[in-house]
Design a protein around this ligand. Sequence first.
Ligand code: SAH
Ligand code: SF4
Ligand code: F3S
Length: 466
Amino acid sequence: MNKDEIIQQKYIQKAKAYVEEYKKLIGHEPSSCVVTFGCQMNARDSEKLCGILEKAGFILTDDENADLVVYNTCTVRDNANQRVYGRLGFLHSMKKKNPNKKIVLCGCMTQEESVVQKIRESYGFVDLVFGTHNIFKFAELLCDMFSSDEMVVDIWEDTDKIVEELPTKRKFSYKSGINIMFGCNNFCTYCIVPYVRGRERSREPEDIVNEIEKLSKDGVKEIMLLGQNVNSYGKNLDRDVTFADLLRMVEKIDGIERIRFMTSHPKDLSDELIEVMKDSEKICRHLHLPLQSGSDRILKAMNRRYTKESYIDLALRIRKEIPDIAITTDIIVGFPGETDEDVDDTIDVVRRVKFDNAFTFIYSKRTGTPAASMEQVDEQTVKRNFDRLLRVVQETAREAVSKYEGQVMDALCEDVNEHDPALLNGRLSNNTIVHFPGSPDLIGSIVPVRLTECHGFYYIGELCRK
Ligand code: SAH
Ligand code: SF4
Ligand code: F3S
């Protein structure tokens, strides 16, 4: 353990004493609820928060009536922020009925100065605010919160620290995300992530492998390696290690049956990675390869550092090498200066690559990013182009997903279907969801399923023996 880890272990013990006192005050076992907004990185951070809360003596629940509620926020688009403000209002009304309720705000939103100012001014009922860089000291911050009558705010501008060995509480028994790197150095001109997550830092491969070995011993079958741009993994380490090298190491770990990763930046995707994926028994047949735009002019203004044709070449090369792979993407509509012709280019890429799924976003202006000061596109044009793109995306995705109808594929049983408890939700290697009749004790196992009927983006299937 390093110095920070030892200190934080001590704070967990100290927090436990505070939670004991809190229990006496409220007269029952204290409960806590962590709500995640945003991406898989945030979801993984929430598991760390839950681990610390549990060790400190809180019962974990999904109910926001809990004694302590943490909002782990996202700020990638403005609607993410608005959702948080709306729900804070709702927490406030709960706190009026239960003044001992504790409200904690953390994550990407709080890394923005203007947000913290707004919280101080208009959301004085919040008890603790911290950011993305100091999440490792959550136990210490809980102690500060319990010993203070005022809002505790602790935000770091950046960090070079990587704190390992803290408790985590996984949401799923059979699958887990693993951070392989933090931060981002790409500065796409629309994106706020580099400002709120700091500079790129890779974890040492041994630390990653050790963590996955432990997870495997604990019953985890599927792992997802997490980073804003996993293809640049290792670049800031002292030794020569690439993402493809890391995958080879992870592939050797017994008990892990499926390996996924998020996200791949097209500019850094190496031939070596395609080779490793092609030869692997464990790496899932799914690649998320964000396109953002199909127009060279817009890609340049976005600072994406690839062109329409180089993207198409790459995607088609991957499809040729790994024919059963699903390629999914992210697309932004309405980036400053975007014309109908630019969107035509994007649609052309969608038709040629035939994405298995595409997440389409309306451009959201983020204060402090270079694109915020560029000339914005009017709302009507954006809306019209968004609808035009979405129609093509849905058409091609339906076609791509349905091509496996009638086949038998392995599915990892994830949970019971929320609409029909007789059905299980399973996930195929290519990330498509299949619903099929099955008993809940199959959850966590990988079973063969016949894909009987394609319903657009998912399948209805039946369990079968191969
Ligand atoms: N690191 C990942 C993406 C992280 S953000 C990558 O580079 O692919 C997830 C997605 O949100 C992005 O791919 C992008 O499509 C979208 N996004 C980011 N900033 C946005 C903004 N200002 N407005 C709209 N969408 C945005
Ligand atoms: Fe944002 Fe670009 Fe970094 Fe992705 S690669 S997080 S889009 S700056
Ligand atoms: Fe959102 Fe932060 Fe992830 S801004 S998308 S939660 S890195």
